[in-house]
Design a protein around this ligand. Structure first.
Ligand code: CP
Length: 308
């Protein structure tokens, strides 16, 4: 069985290009599987996986659960809002109790940066980071890069602009790491208050003007304004943000090419993207969601292989 070079997927920063390419090749096969009439394989029949979510999620949680079921794994779901965390139990106690029930792999989303890294130092099960605060969201970046590779048949040299709230985005950071490793060119674009001060040191171009960013790129990966992570006001109003950084049909039509539009979801329609952009033929947003299942199947299959 093929395997990754490490037992966990904590972030993109510390995995190799070879690991990412192995995930993509494996995901190609699983994408074929999930489009068959019988969408299931027995690959993880003896593996039990817990989805441990301390933060809200629609796509990531359902995508992991479907991926696990397509691989025939046994699945248990944990939601902090209905758990004994509310009674004061620690993260480590909670996870150790889940593991005592013979769980082999933990998929965790947590609001605190580094929570999955902390767990990896204390427990033996495989851990997948499903988003830790403003830090990393590795499977989102993998499915994003996989979707770009699918559209362009390569990543080397593809120009990707990541647009919006870069400062609070774990998707942006994981995408930058992934795309840099795979040879794409990366630009970030947003209001100066939402761009981290030293972002250029990660090897990305920085652009404040949305029109110029769109003229430069092949792909625009548009991010949501993450109001839930903003303690202060970074721009006067959503209306003003949308005026300067919202992507709409007239703006796309004014370009001399068709930029591919991506968004990790959830979309705030009318803020960062209007519906006639989000739902246009240039959008691959739902392809991203489909690819998420195949990519997550690949990650879990390969991590389980790391134990063999
Ligand atoms: N893209 C993403 O992480 O979406 P959810 O928050 O719905 O999981």
């Amino acid at each position: 069985m093929s395997k990754l070079s490490q037992p966990h997927l904590l972030g993109i920063k510390n995995i190799t290009r070879e690991d990412i390419e192995l995930i993509f090749e494996t995901a190609d096969n699983f994408k074929e599987v999930i489009n068959r009439p019988i969408k299931k394989v027995p690959s993880l029949r003896d593996v039990t996986i817990a989805n441990v979510f301390f933060e809200n999620s629609t796509r990531t949680r359902l995508s992991f659960e479907l991926a696990q079921k397509r691989l025939s794994a046994d699945v248990v779901n944990f939601s902090a809002s209905t758990s004994s965390v509310k009674k004061g139990e620690t993260l480590l106690d909670t996870v150790n109790n889940i593991l005592a029930m013979k769980v082999d792999m933990i998929v965790m989303r947590h609001a605190s940066v580094g929570a999955p890294h902390f767990l990896a130092r204390h427990i033996k099960a495989n851990i997948i980071n499903a988003g830790d605060g403003t830090h990393e969201h590795p499977t989102q970046a993998l499915l994003d890069a996989f979707s770009i590779r699918e559209r362009f048949r390569k990543l080397e040299g593809v120009k990707v602009a990541i647009i919006g709230d870069i400062l609070h985005s774990r998707v942006a950071l994981s995408n930058i790491f992934a795309l840099n490793k795979l040879g794409a060119e990366v630009m970030v674009c947003g209001p100066p208050t939402l761009l981290p001060r030293h972002i250029a040191s990660l090897g990305v171009k920085v652009e404040l003007d949305l029109k110029k960013a769109l003229e430069w790129c092949d792909v625009a990966n548009v991010l949501r304004i993450q109001l839930e992570r903003q303690q202060i006001k970074y721009f006067p109003s959503l209306r003003e943000y949308s005026l300067y950084y919202g992507i709409n049909r007239p703006m796309l039509d004014s370009l001399k090419k068709d930029v591919v539009l991506m968004h990790p979801g959830p979309i705030n329609r009318g803020v960062e993207l209007t519906s006639d952009a989000a739902d246009s033929r240039q959008s691959i947003i739902l392809d991203q969601v489909e690819n998420g299942v195949a990519v997550r199947m690949a990650v879990m299959y390969l991590l389980a292989g790391a134990n063999s």
